[in-house]
Design a protein around this ligand. Structure first.
Ligand code: HEC
Length: 202
């Protein structure tokens, strides 16, 4: 059809034909010239079947399958343990970005109880009398290994719950680094300031 013969009537007719395909639910299925893959035999999730001996249509993953992002290649990184002992040093390189991330995560996940300075005056203990978060400036925490802090964050300790399901491993190490920075800044003394800058202190 050339453009000159494309009349308004023809346009209306075409629109009517095309729009007819947009009608509501049909009782009689339309004729399928090319069914493509509209209908296939399949199992609905969680449905039963006699096809497999265990009667389940969902198949268990092949033994040894690891979900994407869950490969634990580095035992120290994922457990905080080195030869069965808490590792002494954060396995993640401490950079300003890591500390920033640690600060974000600490303020989200730890501050409600331990408060933003880590001294234990968060909103939760204010409401839950008797539930006392440890002061992270305590000499015992100061002297603990990075791996032990990582372990407390992951699995909790006594009345503190673990946060391994909420906080990914790298972020847990970022929090460890940030707690160390909080300790350094809170417990800093004049000795930490270079001699030539001490005169500028007020
Ligand atoms: C829901 C409140 C709560 C949150 C959130 C919380 N803590 Fe705690 N935390 C506690 C309490 C309570 C204790 C004291 C546990 C006890 O001795 O029974 C504690 C103890 C600790 C200890 C000392 C463990 C020891 O050796 O005795 C560390 C370290 C610690 N928390 C770090 C963290 C860090 C880091 C986070 C953030 C990932 C965090 N906590 C989040 C409540 C909390």
């Amino acid at each position: 059809m050339s453009l000159t013969r494309f009349t308004p009537q023809a346009a209306l007719l075409m629109a009517a034909v095309l729009l007819a395909g947009c009608s509501g639910p049909q009782r009689v299925p339309p004729i399928e010239v090319w069914p493509d893959m509209d209908r296939q035999e399949k199992f609905k999730a969680q449905s039963g079947t006699s096809l497999f001996a265990d009667g389940r249509s969902n198949r268990p993953p092949v033994a040894g399958t690891v979900a994407v992002g869950h490969l634990k290649e580095d035992a120290i990184f994922s457990t905080g343990l080195e030869n069965g002992q808490y590792t002494g040093k954060n396995p993640v390189e401490v950079t300003p970005e890591l500390l920033k991330q640690g600060q974000r995560r600490f303020n989200t996940y730890c501050a409600p109880c331990h408060d933003r300075t880590g001294q234990g005056g968060g909103i939760v203990p204010k409401k839950a009398a008797g539930w006392i978060p440890t002061n992270l400036m305590d000499p015992r925490i100061l002297g603990s290994n990075d791996g032990e802090l990582y372990n407390v964050i992951s699995h909790g300790r006594r009345s503190m719950p673990g946060y391994r399901f909420q906080i990914v491993e790298r972020d847990r190490w970022a929090i460890v680094a940030y707690v160390r920075a909080l300790q350094r800044s809170t417990l800093g003394t004049v000795e930490d300031v270079p001699t030539e800058l001490r005169s500028e202190l007020r």
